[in-house]
Design a protein around this ligand. Structure first.
Ligand code: NAP
Length: 246
């Protein structure tokens, strides 16, 4: 480059450095997460699927279990990367920014009310209230939605409905869906929805914001639709194909 003058060489070098920085940023961006401490209340199917997934993308997971020393709970901790631990539910929540309520609906009110102060925390609510009638058909078993009821029980927390419309096996292994899947979410707090959207997309799903917490009623009905289709022989997962822009 001897034919270039010093100013041109400097500009060229600056362009090269900026280009490299942009490239490094683009490559690094998908793996950059702001590490949150996530309390996963319940160590069953959903807790056992989402805990390891959230840890894999760099978050600190604390399982909140009624029996943290139990063998299956300790096995789950050892399958979860990072600084995973298990504690009593109230202790887990005290340290967390985000609280996943992975309990059966019938246990959720008691479980939630045993967690202490939830003010300012983001509650991720994957619960479903399902009644199965005598012919095996599923019905939504609450009048509003479980998410609205949880928001009422924890008025100073920011509840976000998410992850209720798919099976725990798919949460644990999104690739097993055989293609993209959409997770609808709803909640009153935009910043909390941004955080939960990051978890959804971070573990490999697409996310669609359906609105405020009252939209959880429709999202919970989506699980009923999916469950009944499965009962009637058509198993499917949700994927919202975007309408092409003209
Ligand atoms: N299974 C699915 O595929 C799926 C998919 C989407 C949404 N959901 C919804 O997600 C929720 C969890 O379902 P799941 O299948 O994971 O249930 P699960 O396997 O029965 O696990 C529930 C867990 O809740 C904990 N628990 C029970 N009572 C509690 C209490 N009083 N206080 C604190 N924790 C308590 C238990 O953990 P410890 O014994 O360790 O305390 C238990 O392992 C349900 O609302 C369900 O409708 C399930």
């Amino acid at each position: 480059m001897n034919f270039l003058n010093n100013d041109t060489k400097r500009t060229f070098r600056q362009l090269l450095v900026s280009g490299l920085l942009i490239l490094i940023g683009a490559v690094a961006a998908p793996s950059l997460v702001s590490a949150e401490t996530i309390a996963v209340i319940g160590t069953g199917n959903v807790g056992g699927a989402l805990g390891p997934q959230f840890a894999k993308i760099g978050h600190d997971v604390i399982y909140g279990s009624r029996e943290p020393a139990r063998e299956d709970v300790q096995a789950l901790v050892s399958q979860t990367s990072g600084n995973a631990t298990a504690k009593l539910p109230m202790e887990a929540v005290a340290e967390a920014d985000i609280v996943v309520i992975a309990t059966k609906w019938a246990d959720t009110e008691v479980a939630l009310k045993s967690l202490g102060d939830l003010s300012g925390k983001i509650i991720l609510d994957p619960t479903n209230a399902v009644r199965v009638d005598e012919s095996g058909i599923r019905h939504h078993a609450v009048e509003t939605s479980t998410a609205q009821m949880i928001q009422d029980w924890a008025p100073n927390a920011m509840v976000v409905k998410a992850f209720n419309t798919l099976g725990s096996g798919t949460m644990a292994d999104p690739a097993s869906a055989g293609g993209p899947m959409t997770i609808p979410i709803a909640g009153n707090d935009a910043a909390a929805k941004t955080v939960i959207s990051g978890l959804v997309t971070g573990i490999g799903f697409e996310v669609v914001d359906m609105g405020d917490i009252t939209a959880a009623h429709a999202i919970e009905q989506m699980l009923i639709v999916r469950g009944n289709a499965a009962v009637l022989g058509s198993r499917f997962n949700y994927y919202f194909r975007p309408v092409p822009q003209n």
